[in-house]
Every structure is written in structure tokens, then in C-alpha cells.
Design a binder for this molecule. Structure first.
Ligand SMILES: *[C@@H]1O[C@H](CO)[C@@H](O)[C@H](O)[C@H]1NC(C)=O
Ligand SMILES: *[C@@H]1O[C@H](CO)[C@@H](O)[C@H](O)[C@H]1NC(C)=O
Ligand SMILES: *[C@@H]1O[C@H](CO)[C@@H](O)[C@H](O)[C@H]1NC(C)=O
Length: 485
């Protein structure tokens, strides 16, 4: 039997955190100081508190504001008691009490030096030399973090490619803002197969790894200031990940993106401006995905062939457009109503305490132990807090897991080479592109969605609904904070 819980014989670090949320909320509203704050009441920890590095204003690349202002009045979750145990933590982990929305900026670490102009990625057969990131001029791209215009020549060209792809795009209207709750008829329509609302998935969606104990490691929304810190930890532990890149961030951090790629991580498409895709028109979806494919190709020389919809917001229309553009959707695992979402993103927004994120992580491990296949978890590298919880707690705990996990990029957990993660280097024989279907039939259509989603449709999951709503506003607010330098 696969036990995913730590045997008590292992020197397990038990942490029981009873966080008084109202106090925590008040605290971050009123205290903008750098001094370590006391550990949440009731918690015990055997980690060695780190000596805080000096403030990072002189550190290149780090945000110059030291404290993110409180950005949301969303009340924290009702539960005030969290309990989890970790098999191991990083001895230099930032103490949990400091991982809050209002923490000081910590220094960012330098990038590995392997990404130089003209370097050949020898780990991918047939990959072109690395472009010069200095040639990336923001003036040649749409405005950052806004839905790109749909009337440009390039978007017209991509529309034509989609129209000629042989993939039939279902004639569905965009969803209303407000997620499943504001779209009840659409949400329950099996022809829509709206994952967000019901967990419905298509046979082409990637939501898990085939092998038990295999974890397709993923981080979303970067590259950002703290991606380099995550990369350094991954390097130390010889771990490789998949990164779902926001096109606008690739403009802001091209050197980081090159370091991720040259570090043999998988680079994949998120979107240009991180909208919930089901709310967009076909042309807007094409523009979001097309510009993200293009900027990644301009920075790396290769184009990803996987995408993740922001907030997991995907239905048959979004699926078909993605597949027509050569992008296979990757979401994250759901099992018996529990989603493999750490909610690490919402620490930065002051919505979710780090203790809750670690409890989510423990719940994910417990759920994973019941699976006869591997899994994919939602985590983020855009913000300091989520990088700290990944490198300090989640990854060390996963590495100490017994039986061991096989932690790898999504393309690798599927048994494919890293080169199969890019359109130009993909082996089209063994891994046919999603917009080329063997029988000439459309790659996605209304009809086949329920078939493959059989047994996977959950009743409307209102927690997921609220996550989408909180997530959309949280992303905008968090980004605002990061960009306010
Ligand atoms: C599939 O998508 C790729 C990438 O967009 C494109 O180059 C190719 O022409 C498409 N193939 C078909 C059959 O549409
Ligand atoms: C629900 O949808 C309607 C129609 O698009 C829109 O006007 C309204 O703002 C939406 N409500 C919420 C809560 O988003
Ligand atoms: C696979 O097909 C794509 C076009 O869709 C092409 O760009 C690529 O070079 C092909 N892969 C290989 C290894 O030739």
C-alpha cells in the first residue's frame, strides 16, 4: 500500500498552527515593519529561524517597495485552525510567521550563467541557438497585462491559421463575468464541458501523470523577480519543472526565461494578460495565446506546445482554439471533488495564510495516496511568498516523502523528451500535434467531451467558483502591487 503519510519514526516536524485570522488581518494592515513577528499562536517549529538579509532596495531586479500594501478587504477564510506535518523543511526556510502579504522584500538570487546569446541548447535535438534578449523591444508587442488588440495583422494571420486548422470551433458565446454562479445554464451544459464548474475534461486535456507517485511539477504566472530563487533551489536539488509563462512577464524578464529554458525546465504558454479565457471572444483568445507563443519563440527560439488556462478556466470552445493553435491544455488534478490547488497565490493577496497553504498541501498528499496514477499541482512563481513556501516547505517535504516521488516536468512525466514540449522540435511521428488528427476528424468537438469526461463530472463545486472569482480579482491586485515599483 502506498502510504503518503510520514511514518512517525521519521523525525517529522509537526506544526499545528492556530492562526487567529482577525488578528492576522489587523496586523498586516497596521504593521509595516521588518522585524520578525511572533509565530502564530499554538504553533511549534523546529526550523532554525533565518537571519534576515538586509533590505533589498539595492538589489538588482527586486521590487523597490519593501512592503506590499494591504490590497484586499476580502475577509480571510472562516477556518482559524490548521494542522499539518512536514517530513522535512529547508534549514534556511523563511519562518512561516514571516510569509505574509505584508512581508519585506527579500533579495533575489542571481541567475545561472548558462544562458548566453547564441548558446545551443544541447539537451534538445534540433533546437536553434538562443536569441539575444536585447533584441526584444516592448514596442513590438502589445501593451503589457492588457488583452491584446484583435485587429493587428498578426492576429488576423493566426485567425486564418485557426480557421484552416481542421479543428472545428464550437459556436458558443463567451461566458458572463462572475464564473459558474453567473452562468448556471452554461455551467451545467455537458456540450460546454466547462472544467472550472464541473471538472468536465476532454480526452486531450492533461490533468495528471500516468505513473503512480509521479508529480508533474508546475509553476504559473512568471517569470518574476523571485523566479531566480526558485531556480536556484531546483538546481540544488536537480529538479526540473514546467513553467506556464505569462507573455507580458516574458517581455519584462527575458533573461530569466532564458535561464529557465537553459536549465532544462519546460516552458509552456499561460496567456498574455491572464484573463479567464471563457469570458473572451474567439479572436481575443487567439490574440492572448498567439502573442504568448510569439514572445516565447522570440526569446527562446522555440514555441511551446502546451498551455494552461488561467484559473483553469476552460470549456470546449477554449479547448478547440488552443488545440487549433497547436497547444495542448494542461490543468491540474482533481480527485473526488478535491482540487490539487495549493492556493499559494493568495498568500500574496492576504486572502490565504501560509498555514492554510501547507494544510492544502497535506490534503493533496492524502488525496494523491488514493490514486492509481500520478498528479499535477497548481503552484506559482510570480510572488515572493509562493516561492518561499515552495523552497522552504513544500519541495523539501516532497523530497523527503517515502515512498519517493518522481518529480519532473509535465512533458517528462508523460514519457516524452523535453524537445516534445516545443512545436519546432516535437517528434511529429510519435507525438502528433493536437491540431493534426489522424482520421481528419476535428480534434475537439461538442460530441466527444462528455464521453471522455464520463465519471469525471462533479456537481457544481462552489468552492471552485469562489476561487475563480477571488482569483481573478486577486491576480489583478497582486500584479498591481508587484509592478508598483
Ligand atoms: C498546427 O499548429 C501549428 C502551430 O500554430 C501550425 O504551424 C500548423 O500549421 C498547424 N497545423 C495545422 C494542420 O493547422
Ligand atoms: C453577470 O453577468 C452579467 C451579464 O454579463 C453582468 O452584467 C454582471 O456584471 C455579472 N455579474 C457578476 C457578479 O459578475
Ligand atoms: C513537426 O512539425 C512542425 C510543424 O507543425 C515543424 O515545425 C517541426 O519541425 C516538426 N518536427 C520535426 C522534428 O521535424
Amino acid at each position: 500500500m502506498k502510504s503518503l503519510f510520514v511514518p512517525s519514526a521519521i523525525a517529522a516536524l509537526a506544526i499545528v498552527a492556530a492562526a487567529l485570522q482577525d488578528d492576522a488581518n489587523l496586523e498586516y494592515k497596521s504593521l509595516h515593519h521588518r522585524a520578525p513577528r511572533p509565530q502564530a499562536s499554538g504553533s511549534t517549529s523546529s526550523t532554525t529561524p533565518v537571519t534576515l538579509p538586509p533590505p533589498s532596495s539595492a538589489n538588482t531586479g527586486a521590487p523597490s517597495t519593501s512592503v506590499s500594501p494591504p490590497l484586499t478587504s476580502t475577509p480571510p477564510p472562516q477556518s482559524t485552525s490548521y494542522s499539518f506535518s512536514l517530513a522535512s523543511t529547508n534549514p534556511t526556510a523563511v519562518p512561516l510567521s514571516l510569509i505574509t502579504a505584508s512581508q519585506s522584500s527579500f533579495p533575489t538570487l542571481p541567475l545561472a550563467s548558462t544562458a548566453t546569446v547564441g548558446a545551443i541548447p544541447t539537451f534538445i535535438s534540433g533546437a536553434p541557438a538562443l536569441p539575444n534578449p536585447a533584441t526584444i523591444s516592448p514596442a513590438n508587442y502589445p501593451a503589457l497585462d492588457k488583452p491584446p488588440p484583435t485587429d493587428s495583422a498578426l492576429v488576423q494571420q493566426w485567425k486564418e491559421e485557426v480557421a484552416n486548422s481542421g479543428v472545428s470551433i464550437p459556436d458558443h458565446a463567451p461566458t458572463n463575468p462572475g464564473g459558474c454562479l453567473n452562468n448556471t445554464a452554461i455551467a451545467s451544459d455537458p456540450n460546454r464541458c466547462w472544467w472550472t464548474c464541473t471538472g468536465c475534461q476532454d480526452s486531450k486535456d492533461i490533468t495528471q501523470c500516468p505513473d503512480p507517485l509521479s508529480w508533474g511539477l508546475t509553476y504559473d504566472d512568471g517569470p518574476g523577480y523571485y523566479t531566480s530563487n526558485l531556480l536556484q533551489y531546483l538546481d540544488e536539488k536537480a529538479l526540473k519543472s514546467t513553467f506556464f509563462v505569462v507573455g507580458s512577464r516574458a517581455i519584462s524578464f527575458p533573461a530569466t526565461l532564458q535561464a529557465q529554458y537553459m536549465g532544462q525546465h519546460q516552458i509552456a504558454v499561460h496567456t498574455w494578460s491572464h484573463p479567464p479565457l471563457t469570458t473572451l471572444s474567439n479572436d481575443e483568445i487567439i490574440a492572448e495565446l498567439g502573442w504568448t507563443k510569439k514572445v516565447i519563440k522570440d526569446v527562446l527560439g522555440v514555441t511551446p506546445n502546451m498551455m494552461r488556462p488561467p484559473f483553469g478556466d476552460i470549456d470546449n470552445r477554449v479547448r478547440a482554439i488552443s488545440l487549433a493553435m497547436g497547444l495542448t491544455p494542461v490543468i491540474w488534478t482533481r480527485n473526488a471533488g478535491s482540487t490539487f490547488d495549493t492556493d499559494d497565490f493568495n498568500i500574496h493577496n492576504g486572502v490565504t495564510p501560509v498555514q492554510k497553504v501547507l494544510q492544502n498541501w497535506q490534503n493533496i498528499l492524502g488525496s494523491a495516496s488514493t490514486l492509481d496514477h500520478g498528479f499535477i499541482v497548481l503552484e506559482h512563481d510570480l510572488f515572493q511568498e509562493s516561492v518561499e513556501v515552495a523552497t522552504g516547505y513544500i519541495l523539501p517535504d516532497a523530497l523527503a516523502h517515502n515512498p519517493p516521488f518522481k518529480i519532473q516536468p509535465v512533458v517528462s512525466c508523460l514519457g516524452r523528451s523535453l524537445g516534445d514540449g516545443y512545436i519546432e522540435t516535437n517528434n511529429n511521428k510519435t507525438n502528433p500535434p493536437p491540431n493534426v488528427s489522424a482520421g481528419g476528424a476535428p480534434a475537439a468537438s461538442d460530441g466527444d467531451a462528455t464521453k471522455s469526461g464520463a465519471g469525471r463530472q462533479n456537481p457544481l463545486n462552489f468552492m471552485v467558483v469562489s476561487t475563480l472569482i477571488v482569483g481573478v480579482s486577486g491576480f489583478a491586485l497582486g500584479l498591481l502591487a508587484m509592478l508598483r515599483v
